[in-house]
Design a protein around this ligand. Structure first.
Ligand code: MN
Length: 716
């Protein structure tokens, strides 16, 4: 929020110190004295920088960064984040520059402050998908350090708490933006408390009248039903203590905004919404969660199909708990969440719980790795979860785990596929930039053009007027645009040049087979040209140089002896060849499957199952396009395979199947489920396997489960 113009008299320092005192006390409960002293220094620096500035409420401006720091302290964030929170408005509103922050408080704090100010500069005007997409990209670019977003959310939370002082039109805009952008992000990051509070605050400022009416009605209704709620609570507590399950049982207050949303979206009346009661049971460990569930299902009848096991399969934001709905007295539905203390902590503070301050026991790079891992898992799981009304699920998230977001020197964001290099970036900026590039700077450091780009990096391409594309780029570029532009250039390049390159590549491939190019007999060349419909050796070389033929395949053909023309030595597939070898998505071959390959111009070798239905016709029509391929005995990576499991709708089936998969040493890439049909449902898993033997071992384990009626590999 912008401060009001500075008044002539500086704000009284003691009032600000009074605001800092309680925050300092909270910090003292978990920071070391040294760290605390650093925070004190940052506070004095911020107070001096903001001296004389007032908030719209009339308070000294520095009370705002102090309050933001207080929120971060309640999440136990580390000293660097706390320093950055204290200084987060300093560079925007005062003459202090980023460099000064860097020298005084270290590079990390300065980077965090820089990240927060960059976020401040984005304008969110509408709910349009384009805007959403833009924001997501920004979020990703910033996501190399999640603390930036944590600080931003705390900043927004405090601004929302003090929104009354802001003129009404601005207030509506900020409230709208909070509801559309910040609350969903808090939710996505698993910061449940912040999410609910932001929503309720935004609701109050956006629709003051509706808020007041609803608040009153809820208050009255709660008074009327206190007795019934008390009864249910008592019954639950008694049953759990009879079974000696140590548990804390809480009645769960529904938030006003979620009541409002439910009424609107499902066209429910107020009494219908309020007829749902929520309880939360917090127990000691995960197995007690299931014990509690069993106990409660005996106490009240469960509603079929309402049971969810987020312990076995956590939500994308890390949320874990067991949910069920029971039919309480008078037929009232009762929603129950069962979780451990630790799961509760994660549910309330989400990603912040990954940043818990641990007495400087962890280095920053470890923390960053943790963040990265967490984000990666979030990205991987994104498609498997979620309420369809959630903001982030509205955008095309399935495209997203495979992208990196990087900045141009002017701050424009470009999205590129994961693994893209500086050359891809150059061609994404402009064809001429790509064709003329000779070097690059990544975050101001000179780096090789083949460097893989990572989220949030700033890329600058250095060009030279007479530079040309290098054919070797073809071996590492990832984007179609770069590939086709380079090819286009090479095609128009001197014939001799690409032929020379092709000859070099072929000689290298022959060497890999232990053959010297000089000993290849002319007959072998003739046969190759006949089979490949090439007119001359030069043409074969040129084709290789232009990437139309695979040097490895040509080399194989040349060394195959003439007296066995039908049995060309199969090309061996390792799985780690990169772009030159691709696995067909119509049949998902895995090691152990019988396979064949076809060479497609410009796409390299495509591997299919030998009995793949999609290729039957083309194999019959043009057998010369197909070559024998076989797997290397120990392929260098894992492959995706998909299975379908039909199982009885029993509680915990998913958990048990998942446990068997894990026990068989496989990772679950994705889980899907068909709508329940009677007593059975179909579960779909995408698994990572090393090959057929591994897959068979997994299937065998799952088949042993009594609930499983059918199981098999699928190709969907
Ligand atoms: Mn601020």
């Amino acid at each position: 929020m912008e401060p009001a113009p500075a008044p002539p008299e500086p704000a009284a320092a003691p009032a600000a110190d009074a605001a800092y005192e309680p925050v300092r006390k909270a910090l003292a409960t978990y920071l070391s004295p040294d760290d605390l002293e650093q925070i004190d220094t940052a506070y004095r620096f911020a107070a001096a920088a903001h001296a004389g500035q007032l908030r719209m409420s009339g308070e000294a401006y520095v009370t705002h960064p102090v309050a933001v720091t207080g929120i971060l302290a309640s999440w136990h964030l580390d000293p660097q984040a706390l320093v950055a929170a204290l200084l987060h408005d300093v560079t925007e509103d005062t003459p202090v520059g980023m460099e000064e922050i860097g020298t005084r408080f270290g590079a990390v704090a300065a980077e965090l402050v820089d990240g927060v100010s960059k976020l401040d500069r984005i304008e969110f005007q509408s709910q349009e998908d384009a805007q959403a997409e833009n924001f997501r990209k920004m979020l990703m670019a910033m996501s190399r350090d999640v603390r930036v977003i944590l600080i931003k959310l705390a900043d927004r939370l405090h601004n929302m708490r003090t929104l009354d002082a802001v003129p009404s039109e601005q207030r509506r805009r900020i409230a709208r933006e909070t509801l559309d952008i910040y609350a969903p992000i808090a939710n996505r990051l698993g910061l449940n408390g912040v999410y609910r509070e932001l929503q309720d605050l935004a609701f109050r400022h956006l629709y003051p009248l509706r808020y007041r009416v609803l608040a009153k009605a809820v208050q009255a209704a709660r008074g009327n039903r206190r007795e019934l709620v008390g009864k249910i609570l008592e019954a639950i507590k008694r049953r759990l203590s009879e079974l000696a399950i140590e548990a804390e049982v809480q009645g769960r207050e529904k938030h006003l905004y979620s009541i409002y949303r439910k009424m609107r979206e499902k066209s429910l009346s107020f009494s219908q919404v309020l007829d749902i009661y929520g309880f939360r049971v917090i127990v000691r460990d995960a197995s007690s969660c299931y014990l509690t569930l069993g106990a409660l299902h005996q106490l009240f009848r469960p509603v079929p199909g309402k049971f969810k096991d987020y312990i076995a399969i956590p939500k994308a934001n890390g949320y874990r708990a067991v949910h069920t709905t029971l039919i309480g007295p008078y037929g009232t539905p009762v929603e129950i969440q069962i979780r451990t203390r630790e799961m509760h902590q994660v549910a309330e503070t989400g990603v912040a719980s990954h940043w818990l301050y641990k007495d400087s026991g962890k280095s920053l790079s470890e923390l960053q790795q943790m963040t990265h891992k967490w984000l990666q898992s979030l990205l991987d799981l994104q498609s498997a979860s979620g309420d369809p009304h959630e903001f982030l699920d509205n955008v095309k998230i399935d495209l997203y785990p495979d992208e990196v977001y990087v900045f141009t020197p002017k701050g424009r964001i470009l999205a590129l596929p994961r693994g893209a290099t500086a050359v891809d970036f150059a061609y994404a900026v402009h064809t001429d930039v790509g064709n003329r590039c000779i070097a690059c700077r990544i975050n101001r450091e000179l780096m090789p053009l083949r460097t893989e780009l990572r989220n949030g990096e700033q890329i600058e391409i250095i060009t030279a007027a007479h530079a040309n594309p290098n054919p070797a780029w073809l071996s590492y570029v990832k984007t179609g645009k770069a590939r086709s532009e380079i090819r286009h250039y090479l095609k128009t390049m001197q014939y001799a040049e690409s032929a020379a390159l092709g000859e070099r590549l072929l000689n290298r491939a022959l060497q890999a087979l232990g053959v010297n190019a000089g000993v290849i007999e002319p007959a072998a060349w003739d046969r190759l040209m006949r089979q490949g419909a090439a007119k001359s050796r030069q043409e074969v070389y040129t084709d290789i140089g232009l990437g139309k033929r695979l040097a490895a395949v040509v080399a194989r053909r040349l060394v195959t002896r003439e007296d066995e023309p039908r049995t060309l030595a199969p090309v061996v597939i390792r799985g780690s060849e990169g772009m030159a070898v691709q696995f067909a998505t119509c049949c998902w071959p895995i090691p152990g499957d019988a396979i064949v390959g076809s060479i497609k111009k410009g796409q390299g070798l495509i591997v299919h199952l030998a009995d793949c239905g999609a290729i039957r016709k083309s194999r019959a029509a043009k057998p010369e396009n197909w070559i024998d391929v076989e797997w290397e005995p120990e392929p260098g990576r894992l492959f995706d395979a998909q299975i379908r499991v039909e199982a009885e709708n029993h509680r915990g089936v998913l958990a048990r199947v998942a446990a068997e998969i894990a026990a068989a040493g496989s990772n679950i890439q994705n889980v899907g489920m068909d709508a329940e049909r009677g007593a059975y449902s179909s579960l779909y898993f995408t698994l990572q396997v090393s090959g057929r033997v591994h897959l068979a071992r997994i299937l065998r384990r799952i088949r042993r489960l009594p609930e499983v009626s059918r199981i098999g590999r699928t190709r969907e």
